[in-house]
Design a protein around this ligand. Structure first.
Ligand code: XMP
Ligand code: MG
Length: 183
């Protein structure tokens, strides 16, 4: 659908689906279904994590509630500075709740470290992270991520929520972009 903009498919639709089932099974075991903290709160970091969040929530066998946040990182388009601005905050108080941040990708890890610090000041009962993708750079930032779908090479990827200039989010797989697209 995007001509030959996609250089290669890194993770297929079926592989994503299987991984989400696996992650959902692990996560469901960690949260008792009738916990006094209430239903697990999934916090989707917009926009990239949107498809992951909806598929993941439906794969989980425990009740969840869905919340959304949008953040933007100052800095160049290819590397984040760690200085983050909240574009859309949560509508809800998360104090005393079990919270799971749902991320699309962790690159340097700076955005996520900032987000974890910010949310932990709001006193949730617990705060963990599930990410579909992680790049090797993330291993250099001490950010604790409970669940990782795929570790991927240090290449720019698109699809399944991830964009280049707001395009390609609607692809059902994760792919790498043909360099001709950047130039
Ligand atoms: P940091 O470096 O703070 O950045 O972990 C995480 C955010 O950067 C974006 N990002 C990407 N977006 N393809 C994308 O479409 C990529 O390969 C990629 N790498 C990082 C993304 O918004 C993520 O939340
Ligand atoms: Mg983006």
């Amino acid at each position: 659908m995007y001509g030959d903009d996609i250089a290669s498919v890194l993770i297929t639709e079926d592989e994503i689906k299987a991984k989400i089932e696996e992650l959902a099974e692990l996560v469901a075991k960690r949260y008792p279904p009738d916990s006094p903290e209430g239903d697990l709160l999934l916090i989707c970091v917009l926009k990239g994590a949107i498809f992951f969040m909806t598929d993941f929530a439906r794969a989980l066998t425990i009740p969840t509630q869905l919340e959304f946040m949008a953040v933007s990182s100052y800095g160049s388009s290819t590397s984040s500075s760690g200085v983050v601005r909240i574009m859309k905050d949560l509508d809800k108080d998360i104090a005393g709740r079990n919270v799971l941040i749902v991320e699309d990708i962790i690159d340097s890890g700076l955005t996520l470290s900032w987000l974890k610090r910010n949310l932990s000041t709001r006193n949730p009962a617990s705060l963990e992270v599930v990410t579909l993708l992680r790049k090797p750079d993330a291993l250099r930032t001490p950010v604790d991520v409970a669940h990782v779908g795929f570790d991927i090479p240090n290449e720019f990827v698109v699809g399944y929520g991830l964009d280049y200039a707001e395009r390609y989010r609607d692809l059902p797989y994760i792919g790498t972009l043909n360099p001709a697209v950047y130039s």
